[in-house]
Design a protein around this ligand. Structure first.
Ligand code: NDP
Length: 289
C-alpha cells in the first residue's frame, strides 16, 4: 500500500472492532508525557468490512501509525505484506502499522512485550523449557521472540491439536532459531518429566473464567505461570497454576504495556519506561474492581 499523506501531524490511533475498551490511548499518552513528545492518539472504530478503507483514510489525513487489535491483525498483515518485519512474517499477523516514506510497514510487537515482561518478572529464558498453551493469533505472535530469547524447548499445546501441529510445522519450515526445539500436541500432552520452567497461557479461556483442561504436575521448581489475559483479580489459569505448584504467577498487563512500548519505539525512536505505566494501570484496575 502506497500513499501520500495530506500533512505531517503526529497522529496515531488504535484500530479495532470493538475498540471502546482499549487502554492503548492512555498508555501512549503516558509514554508521550515521559518522553516529551507531543502527539495525538485516538481510538478508531473500523467497520468489520471496512478495515482497509479506514486505514487508508487515516494515513491520507496525516496519520503516522496505527496499533491494530481484534479482529484485524491478519488484515493488517495482508495490507503491509510488501513491508513486513521478520516478527510479523513469522506471526502471520500485524499489530503495528507505520507510515514511512510513502509506504505502510507492518510489525508485530506482542512477542517483544511478552519477553520483556517475562524478564521483568525474573524468568531466565536462556535454555528455558517453556510450555505455550494455545495456538491462536497470540501464540503465533510470541513464538519467534521466545526462541530468539534463547528458550531451548518450546511445546505448543492446544484444545484443537491440529492447530498446534500446524503452528509448529510453520515454525519448523521457517528455518529460524534451529537451537530451539519446538513440538506440538493437545492439552493432555502438556506434561513433561521434571516439569516446565515457564508456562504461558495464550488461550482466551480465562475470559470465560475457565482454565485449559491440562493434566497436573506441569511445573518445575521455581516455575513461572503467565496468563496473557489480565484483570483486577488472578485469572482461572493463575488459580490452576498455583494449585498445581507454580512458584509464581502473573497476568498479561505487563505484556500489554510492553507491546505498546515497542510500538512507541518503532514510531519515535525512544524507549519509554513501562514500569511506571504498569504501576498506574494496575492501580486503576484494582480501583475499578
Ligand atoms: P484467538 O481467537 O486467535 O485464539 C484463541 C485460543 O484460545 C485458541 O488457541 C483456542 O483454542 C483457545 N481457547 C479458547 N477458549 C478455550 C478454552 N476454554 N480452553 C482451552 N483453550 C481455549 O485469540 P488470540 O490468540 O488472539 O488471543 C488469546 C488471548 O490472549 C485473548 O484472551 C487475548 O485477550 C490475549 N492477548 C493478550 C495480549 C496482551 O497484551 N496481554 C496480547 C494478545 C492477546 P482452539 O484453537 O481449540 O479454539
Amino acid at each position: 500500500m502506497s500513499l501520500t499523506p495530506a500533512d505531517a501531524l503526529l497522529r496515531y490511533a488504535v484500530i479495532g472492532n470493538p475498540i471502546a475498551h482499549s487502554r492503548s490511548p492512555q498508555i501512549h499518552a503516558m509514554f508521550a508525557e515521559q518522553t516529551h513528545i507531543a502527539l495525538d492518539y485516538e481510538r478508531l472504530a473500523a467497520p468489520l468490512d471496512g478495515f482497509r478503507d479506514t486505514v487508508k483514510t487515516f494515513f491520507l489525513q496525516g496519520g503516522r501509525g496505527l496499533n491494530v487489535t481484534v479482529p484485524f491483525k491478519q488484515e493488517a498483515y495482508a495490507l503491509a505484506q510488501d513491508h513486513l518485519s521478520t516478527r510479523a512474517r513469522v506471526a502471520g499477523a500485524v499489530n503495528t502499522l507505520t507510515w514511512r516514506d510513502g509506504v505502510v510497514h507492518g510489525c508485530n510487537t506482542d512477542g517483544v512485550g511478552l519477553v520483556d515482561d517475562l524478564k521483568r518478572l525474573g524468568a531466565a529464558l536462556q535454555g528455558a523449557r517453556l510450555l505455550l498453551v494455545g495456538a491462536g493469533g497470540a501464540a503465533r505472535g510470541v513464538l519467534q521472540p521466545l526462541a530468539e530469547a534463547g528458550c531451548a524447548d518450546i511445546r505448543i499445546v492446544n484444545r484443537s491439536p491440529a492447530r498446534a501441529a500446524e503452528l509448529a510445522a510453520t515454525w519448523q519450515a521457517s528455518g529460524l532459531h534451529s537451537g530451539t526445539r519446538v513440538s506440538a500436541g493437545g492439552l493432555p500432552d502438556a506434561a513433561r518429566p521434571g516439569g516446565w520452567d515457564v508456562v504461558v497461557n495464550a488461550t482466551a479461556s480465562s475470559l470465560r473464567d475457565e482454565a485449559p483442561a491440562m493434566p497436573p504436575g506441569l511445573y518445575a521448581t521455581d516455575a513461572l505461570a503467565y496468563d496473557m489475559v489480565y484483570g483486577a483479580r488472578p485469572t482461572a489459569f493463575m488459580h490452576q497454576a498455583t494449585a498445581d505448584g507454580a512458584a509464581r504467577t502473573a497476568d498479561g498487563l505487563g505484556m500489554l504495556v510492553g507491546q505498546a512500548a515497542e510500538s512507541f519505539y518503532i514510531w519515535h525512536g525512544l524507549r519509554p519506561d513501562p514500569s511506571a505505566v504498569l504501576t498506574t494501570l494496575r492501580a486503576e484496575l484494582l480501583a475499578e474492581d
